[in-house]
Design a protein around this ligand. Structure first.
Ligand SMILES: [Zn+2]
Length: 247
């Protein structure tokens, strides 16, 4: 628990607007980054952060201290995103602003393999189901712990883990779907089905000593899983790097 955050929030709850502004200053870049991943345009992301800010100010007194302040703020941001999505549900879908950019890049660039991984990741993220995108953004981009992510999504830790695993596989599939020029590399890029989930936990450092030893042993013998782990690690590192990069 960040005591500075908790201190600022408790002063904000007592009506201290300056403390509230200071608190936001510590987290609004992350709130904006989360909002951007769930909206069609920068303008809408700004609206979402503004609405989330207002909600947080009004709800400051209800914070119970059973999660990190950051988790609480991002949970509020996520709820505003969901409300906004529901409002938009009947409207015609907006054109993905990345679509045009990608087409231009693809036309000018004969080797899609060199298209920036960040760009491919952003496109792949947009191709995921909302549930999958939420868990990836919070856990793998924002870098929340497994427990924090579960709190923000209002699901159990076990449900979070299995959703995260499914989402990472879907993301990897989406990223590779964009690598049209690598048919050879695309074949068989997933590891052994029976160890994939443990491998994911292993990479998060959430597998017990016994399980980790079993994975170590498997990796010594299995090139396919070693390659899969390497690919996934590269994707997760890029996700973290791309969080605050402008869209
Ligand atoms: Zn294997």
């Amino acid at each position: 628990m960040s005591s500075a955050d908790a201190e600022l929030l408790s002063r904000a709850a007592a009506g201290n607007e300056l403390a509230f502004r200071a608190l936001l200053g510590r987290h609004d870049a992350t709130m904006r980054a989360v909002a951007r991943r769930f909206s069609d345009a920068r303008v809408e992301a700004a609206d979402i952060v503004q609405e989330a800010t207002l909600c947080a100010w009004q709800a400051a007194r209800t914070f119970r201290g059973d999660s990190e302040v950051r988790t609480w703020l991002l949970g509020i941001t996520l709820n505003v995103c969901r409300r906004s999505r529901r409002r938009r549900a009947d409207e015609p879908a907006a054109l993905d602003p990345l679509e045009g950019h990608h087409l231009v890049a693809a036309a000018e660039e004969p080797h899609p393999v060199t298209v920036d991984l960040h760009l491919r990741l952003r496109r792949a993220l947009r191709g995921l189901a909302t549930e999958d995108r939420e868990v990836i953004v919070l856990r793998d981009m924002v870098g929340m712990s497994g427990a924090e992510t579960a709190v923000a999504l209002e699901i159990s830790v076990a449900a979070m883990k299995s959703r995260l695993h499914r989402a990472r596989l879907a993301l990897k599939r989406e990223v590779e779907g964009g690598e049209a020029a690598r048919p050879a590399a695309r074949a068989d890029t997933f590891g052994c089905a029976d160890v994939l989930e443990d491998l994911s936990l292993y990479m998060d450092g959430e597998l017990g000593a016994e399980g980790a030893a079993a994975i170590d042993e498997h990796l010594r013998e299995c090139d396919r899983c070693t390659r899969f782990g390497g690919d996934l690690a590269r994707i997760l590192t890029s996700l973290r790097e791309s969080l605050l990069a402008g869209d």
